[in-house]
Design a protein. Sequence first.
Length: 77
Amino acid sequence: MEIIVAFAVGLIVLCLIGKIIALPMKLLWKLITNSVVGAVLLWIVNLFGAGVQITFVKALIAGVLGVPGVIIVLLMN
């Protein structure tokens, strides 16, 4: 009986550790996706002649926020 209880507790602890590790990975994946989409949109906007000067701050805004960040950068210009 003690082995079953120990196995159940170990399984629950393992599941909790898995959830804790998976959360930062989801956040990291979202940041990477937003960064790529933001960079591509900034490039496309400049391709069509919007004249947005890409600086580190503007690239950071577009990268972190994604599409809304590109809109903010365009409104700032």
